[in-house]
Design a protein around this ligand. Sequence first.
Ligand code: HEM
Length: 268
Amino acid sequence: MPKVKLPKPPVPDALVPRPKRPGTAEKAGPRDVAKETGISAIDWVDERTGMSGAARWLMFRKVPKGTNWFYTLGSATMFAFLSQAVTGVFLAMYYIPDPAGGAYESVRYLTNEVFLGEFVRGMHKWGASVMVILVMLHMARTFFFGAYKYPRELNWIIGVVLLVLTFVMGFTGYLLPFDQKAYWATVVGVNINGTAPIIGPYLNDFIRAGPDFTSTTLARFYSIHMLLVPGALAALIGAHLWLVAKQGTTAPPWMKADKKGDVGEERA
Ligand code: HEM
């Protein structure tokens, strides 16, 4: 197939500086000074890194005609992930992964005594369900729009791993409050997991840190929940978005090319 070279994305109108007509320039006020300072700071970084080209490549892309609200579900999922990351950092400042009562007590203290603790915990708890719902809706959108087809198969596969990791976050997070519900629900979940063919029992030994629930199990769940999986999610979301920016998004299946070879693009 001949390699088609696409033109560089144009600089959006809003970013093109418009010089004032001679003699009409006003005196710079504090707002202009603040704006100028911001621009100088960005210029300073850009001159040393050349990052503005990459930022423009990522943000000012052409999108196919017919792009609609369903295309925002991926970004909504990413926002839910970021919210989980930020609220999770604050929860980790108080949480103690100690099965002998410390874990339960630290969550009780956070909820009842810490300023805004209940609010941040609530955001993290409900945010988990929001993320699971959004990721499934986003997957349904890419499936029904046929976005998993060539050349986006790899991004679909990365998506499947993201989906599994999102579920792992929910599963490992559920144990952390370490109350009766958390403990027994996890025992049931681990038992179900063990019924998976071949790998089930091995996977269980890994997540339980041995053949039984012991004092190390909680630490293992905590480290998977706040280090291993968020790191993998962040890296894979980066790869996912890089591929989206490189390949562009798929036009809705009901859109037809206007002429042969014309995919009918419009500006974002
Ligand atoms: C943490 C989870 C995920 C995040 C943050 C995420 C983010 C995104 C974003 C921002 C886009 C750009 C277009 C859009 O929003 O529709 C996108 C596209 C895409 N995603 Fe995801 N995604 C996630 C999970 C998934 C899953 C579970 C799948 C499928 C199994 C998937 C498959 C795709 C595909 C195939 C595209 C290309 C869409 C197209 O070309 O129209 N993603 N993703």
